[in-house]
Design a binder for this molecule. Sequence first.
Ligand SMILES: Cc1cc2nc3c(=O)[nH]c(=O)nc-3n(C[C@H](O)[C@H](O)[C@H](O)COP(=O)(O)OP(=O)(O)OC[C@H]3O[C@@H](n4cnc5c(N)ncnc54)[C@H](O)[C@@H]3O)c2cc1C
Length: 370
Amino acid sequence: MGKGNMEKTDITIIGAGVVGLAVAAELARPGMNVFILEQNARHGEGISSRNSEVIHAGIYYPEGSLKAELCLAGNRMLYESARRRGIPHQKVGKLIVAADPLETGELERLFTQGRKNGAAALEMMGGEHIARMEPNIRARAALYSPETGIISAHDLMNDFLARALENQAHLICRTRVIRIEQENNAWRILTRNDRGEESTFLSGVVINCAGLASDTVANMMGGAYRLYYCKGDYCGISGVKPGLVRRLIYPAPLKNSVGLGVHLTMDLNGRLKLGPDATYIDRVEDYTVAPEKAALFYEHAVKFLPFLKPENVSADMAGIRPKRQGPKDAFADFAIRADAPGFINLVGIESPGLTASPAIARYVKDLLFH
Ligand SMILES: Cc1cc2nc3c(=O)[nH]c(=O)nc-3n(C[C@H](O)[C@H](O)[C@H](O)COP(=O)(O)OP(=O)(O)OC[C@H]3O[C@@H](n4cnc5c(N)ncnc54)[C@H](O)[C@@H]3O)c2cc1C
C-alpha cells in the first residue's frame, strides 16, 4: 500500500493476536481479499503472548454468557484441531481445591455453575481421592475438571496464520490503524507504518480485534467503549523435584474476586508457575513484576502446595487483561457486535479468549453472513 493508494479490499482485520488470526483463518478464501493489519513487527506479541495458555472448560462464567458459550465451544474445537493439526497441547486436567468448609461450599456452587454451563465430566472429590491423584498437594475437597488442558499459544497462532495465508490472506506488520471513516458503503482506513509513512485504502468489512486498544479502534468509528487494564503477575517455580504435581491446581475463588486466585499452572515442558494475580492499573503497558511478589505468592500457594519453600519462587512475567468492567463493577461479558454495517468490534476479550478463539471466529462469521 503506497501513500494515497486507493485500492479496495474485502475484509480488514485489525490486530494479529490469537483472536484476529482465528478470525482470519475462518474467513479467508481464495479469491477474497483479506488483510490483517498489525502494528508490531510480528504477529502474536500482545496479550496472546502473556497468558497462562490454559484451555479452560467453561466452569466459572454465568450461564448463557458469551464467555461461557464460546469457551465451551472453543474448548472442543481447540482439542479437535490441535489433535488433527499437531499443535502441541496436553489435556492435563485441573483441580480447584478447598482448604475449609467455607471454600468447599464455594466449590459446590462452582460445580453447579459448571454443570449448568455444560462443562463436561466435572467431579467433586474428598481428601482421600485427591491424595491418590495428587499426593503432594493439600486439600480437604476439590472440584476436578478433566477437560482443562494446556496449549502452546504461539503454535496455535502460527497455525491460524498458516491457514489464513494458505487461503490468500495477507499479514501486514509494522502498520498501525490511526483513523477510520465511513465512505459510501465501505470503510476508509488510514494507517501509519513504523517509518511514519501514511497510507489509506477502502475496505468493505472491518473487524476490530485490537486487544488492549480495541476500545480506541472502536471509538474511531463512533463507538463508545471503555476498557480498564487489569494486570496479572506471574512467579516462576524452580528447584522442586520434577513431576511433584501433574495437574493444574487452583484455589477456590474468593467471592467477588477479579481473577481466579493465584494458582499453579505448567507449560508443556513441565515448568511450573504461579499466578496471575489481578490489579487494576493505569492505561500503560507496564510488564514489570515487583520482586516482593515472590513472597506474597509463596504465602498464598504454600497453603495448597506444602512442598514449596520461599526460595523456590521468583518474580517472572506479567500480562494485562482488557476488562470492560471497572474495579467495582459486576461481571461484564465479551462484546462482539456489528456496531455498523460491515463493522464488527470485539472488545474486552480477556480470559477465556485464547480458549474461545476458534468459536469467537465462527461467531464473527455468523454475524457477517447471516
Ligand atoms: C494474565 C492473563 C492470563 C490469561 N490466561 C488465559 C488462559 O489461560 N486461557 C485463556 O483462554 N485465555 C487467557 N487469557 C486471555 C487471552 O490471553 C486473551 O483473551 C487473548 O490473548 C486476546 O487475544 P487478542 O487477539 O484479542 O489480543 P492481542 O493478542 O493483544 O492482539 C491484539 C493485536 O492488535 C494489535 N493492535 C492494537 N491496536 C492496533 C492498531 N491500531 N493497529 C494495528 N494493530 C493494532 C496489537 O499490537 C496486538 O498484536 C489470559 C489473559 C491474561 C492477560
